[in-house]
Unconditional design. Structure first.
Length: 417
């Protein structure tokens, strides 16, 4: 069965722009299905956001659609369809917005896209979603069946819902990994994007400390760590100073077997084995919510004008995931007036972590950290603040694509007048 991709590569071709650029991109749909493109993390105009039923109609097979939008903020982003579970095909690609005022404390860049892979291994994502919906406990040993028997381990609880058989970095399996070639002493900026549908990864580069510099495009106070977690839809930029040799970049899936591998070469040597165990991944691993914002990334100090609750609910059996007590279509939109500072009080009433993603805006966490996607741990709570400066109808949803499709989405609407 055929994999679906952008321009026949996985990941799709890198799109690069400068902050302030106006992009004009025509989607030419040669898939045998309706689709759209969503430009994940970009504070763009609502009409270009790619959400069917909210900002546009789906683009039919053979059809075209022109996306036209400015990219206001530099950073690491990606794009993917916003129809069904198409994200779990090969349909994703990086979108990098460079900063004309970049302080440039690094020499080179490498974009690293993580994925969990199931399409083409015997079942399509659509078949898997159907199985989850009709037979949530899964067939023993089958691909649908992850164990959801308890609370799982801290910090993220139960693993995802799908036992993906493979994990990829830049489209490659660990047996034939992609390599980055550099030189000792080089300061390499790695832009990490988690394009997986159902998998949180812990990421480390063997033999190196990483300095985390950006989260979801926005600068953070530089933070050194041997390893960090990356949830679905999250992006982190890290800088490493390359040692001399051959090193494994490993992405280990939370609660699942196997791993993704890429290689950094700054000297000679053979490739690490596909199942290499990095000591960096057995010690403490940084959670993004422990980062602090750079001063320039903070929202201005201001009291909230309005407050809403957002309650994450659902379970495996029946396979229904909800926001504010009902699946998308049956829940009432969140509302805000243009110009308001909105406070969203989030409660996760489930045993799983959910990467909560907001379109068209970047919110601030309680410590001021700016993000557009944040992992909410099992039974966890947090508060988000956003400035309502981008009118339209926006999606708020879990970036586990199976959860989003099973209802874990809600609209954020700007009130008229
Ligand atoms: Cu990348 Cu609506 O999501
Ligand atoms: Cu979820």
């Amino acid at each position: 069965m055929d994999t679906w991709a952008y321009a026949d590569t996985v990941p799709g071709p890198l799109l690069e722009a400068r902050a302030g650029d106006l992009l004009r991109i025509t989607l030419d749909n040669q898939l045998p299905a309706d689709t759209t493109i969503h430009w994940h993390g970009i504070a763009l105009n609502n009409a270009a956001d790619g959400v069917p039923g909210m900002t546009q109609n789906t683009v039919l097979p053979g059809g075209r659609f022109l996306y036209e939008f400015a990219v206001p903020d530099p950073g690491t982003y990606f794009f993917h369809p916003h129809v069904g579970v198409q994200l779990d095909r090969g349909l994703y690609a990086p979108l990098i917005v460079t900063d004309p005022a970049e302080p440039g404390r690094y020499d080179s860049e490498w974009v690293v896209v993580l994925d969990d892979w199931v399409d083409g291994t015997g079942r399509t994502p659509d078949q898997i979603l159907r199985d989850l919906t009709t037979n949530p406990s899964g067939t023993p040993g089958g691909m649908g069946g992850m164990d959801h028997s308890g609370m799982g381990n801290p910090p993220f609880g139960d693993a995802g819902d799908v036992a993906h058989p493979h994990f990829l970095i830049n489209g490659a399996l660990p047996g034939a990994p992609v390599s980055y070639r550099g030189t000792p002493g080089e300061r390499l900026r790695i832009r990490i994007i988690n394009a997986a549908s159902d998998t949180i990864f812990a990421v480390a580069l063997g033999g190196h400390q990483m300095t985390v510099t950006h989260s979801d495009g926005f600068a953070v106070q530089p933070h050194d760590t041997p390893a960090l977690y990356v949830g679905m839809g999250e992006r982190y930029d890290v800088i490493v100073t390359l040692a001399d040799g051959v090193f494994a970049l490993v992405a280990k899936p939370w609660g699942k077997n196997g791993q993704a591998l890429a290689v950094v070469r700054s000297g000679s040597g053979t490739n690490p084995p596909a199942d290499i165990v990095l000591t960096e991944l057995s010690g403490p691993i940084l959670q993004g919510t422990d980062l602090h914002p750079a001063e320039a990334s903070r929202l201005p100090d201001r009291a909230s004008d309005a407050r809403v609750d957002l309650r994450l609910g659902g379970q495996m059996n029946p396979y229904v995931w909800t926001l504010n007590g009902a699946p998308f279509g049956q829940n009432s939109p969140l509302t805000v007036a243009e110009g308001q500072r909105l406070q969203i009080d989030v409660t996760n009433a489930t045993m799983m972590s959910h990467p909560l993603h907001l379109h068209g805006h970047t919110f601030a966490l309680p410590n001021g950290l700016r993000k557009d996607t944040v992992l909410i741990p099992p039974m966890g709570t947090t508060t988000l603040h956003l400035d309502a400066t981008n009118p339209g109808d926006w999606a708020v949803h879990c970036h586990n694509i199976y959860h989003a499709e099973a209802g874990m989405m809600i609209a954020l609407q700007y009130l008229q007048g």
